[in-house]
Ligand binder design. Structure first.
Ligand SMILES: [Zn+2]
Length: 376
């Protein structure tokens, strides 16, 4: 009892002092190496001392998450930010089975002052871009979500013009080395054997002996010579949870069980099996749970969008003329959002000849440069 009494007081004092010292010196970033907070969390923490700015930032995020502009397969925009109107916008993109989506923002590697994020439609954060080699990049594969909402936001107090690109790419490598879309000459679903069956793949033409490459990393599950496919190779691909079927080969250069890397030559084009009366070609098939799927979107090459020319920028503009319409795409066929005749507008950026604009009541969309006038 007395030993306990003698020790309890110093123990309390020491504990209190240690706690006070830890509290005084504690910084949330000490635990970042465990928690690995997102770029957004780190930036929001830096705004905590200025609640007005934090509030402004969060309102801009909410705006971007409500935007409903639509991006097709290939898009590039010069985006502009200034202290007076910090950039914040959202972009909706659909991705089909077999496609992946890339979004990039050019940045200064030393000081990346942009946030680029991908969300699912129900608001789950799928990815945050991290800057490497002066580019922030997001890569989303079709299995993660079918519609993506990209959010792009600049840090407050930043004045900058940068380049945003949003585009799709096929998930797989094109299965004939050095060839492209125009080598595919027979598509999915075409009638075969007088309509008794339908074509469950793509026929890709090249000279006999042309290298056939693995369209993904994987394991060779079978190397056979029989039936309609003749000399054929089956490859198990974990990335797309599918089996690739390479048929009518002249030679097979791999063995069953072998691991191969994307782009490795696995065989040579021929016309074995039921292709013996046709010119040499590769029949490329793709099988997932439930059966064959059209391989075309998995391999169809989509060009990387070219940079847009920068249009004249003024922070305050109006829509001019009866044709001043705000659309949900940078295209005359884009869905009409509403007329912006005589509306005061803020320029967010430009995609080719289309301005990306925000109205005074926060609606974002695109309008052709011919209907946008500067205000003196
Ligand atoms: Zn075929």
């Amino acid at each position: 009892m007395s030993v306990f009494r003698k020790n309890i007081v110093p123990l309390i004092v020491i504990t209190a002092v240690v706690a006070a010292v830890l509290t005084y010196f504690y910084r949330p970033e000490y635990f970042d190496f465990i928690i690995q907070p997102s770029a957004r969390s780190i930036y929001e923490r830096s705004l905590e001392k200025t609640p007005g700015q934090l509030d402004q930032w969060k309102k801009l995020t909410t705006l971007a998450k409500q935007d409903s502009v639509n991006i097709n397969e290939s898009f590039s925009e010069n985006i502009i930010t200034s202290t007076r109107s910090p950039f914040s916008a959202g972009y909706m993109v659909d991705i089909a089975q077999g496609e992946s989506l890339l979004a990039t923002v050019k940045t200064d590697t030393i000081n990346s002052s942009w946030i680029l994020e991908a969300y699912s439609l129900n608001g789950d954060l799928l990815q945050t871009a991290v800057a490497t080699d002066s580019l922030m990049t997001i890569l989303i594969r079709e299995r993660e979500s079918s519609t993506i909402r990209l959010v792009v936001q600049s840090f407050l107090e930043l004045t900058d013009t940068t380049l945003l690109k949003i585009y799709k790419q096929p998930i797989l490598e094109f299965p004939l080395a050095g060839k492209g879309n125009d080598a595919i000459q027979s598509f999915w679903g075409v009638a075969r054997d007088g309509g008794r069956r339908s074509h469950e793949g793509n026929d890709i033409f090249a000279d006999r002996g042309h290298p056939v490459v693995a369209a993904a990393d994987g394991r060779i599950s079978s190397v056979r010579d029989r039936g309609l496919g003749g000399k054929q190779i089956w490859l198990r691909d974990e990335l797309t949870a599918s089996s690739h079927y390479y048929a009518h080969l002249d030679s097979q250069l791999v063995t069953s069980g072998q691991r191969v890397s994307r782009g490795d030559t696995i065989g040579l084009v021929g016309n074995t099996g039921n292709a013996r009366t046709t010119p040499p070609h590769l029949h490329f098939g793709l099988y997932r749970t439930g059966g064959a799927v059209d391989p075309k979107p998995y391999i169809w090459k989509i060009p990387i969008p070219a940079d847009s020319e920068i249009l004249p920028i003024d922070s305050r503009v109006i829509g001019s003329g009866s044709g001043a319409n705000l659309r949900n795409q940078p295209d005359a066929n884009g869905g009409l959002l509403r007329s912006i005749q005589n509306d005061r507008l803020t320029i967010l950026g430009n995609a080719k000849d289309w301005y990306h604009l925000r109205t005074a009541d926060s609606l974002a969309g695109f309008a052709h440069k011919s209907v946008i006038k500067l205000i003196e």
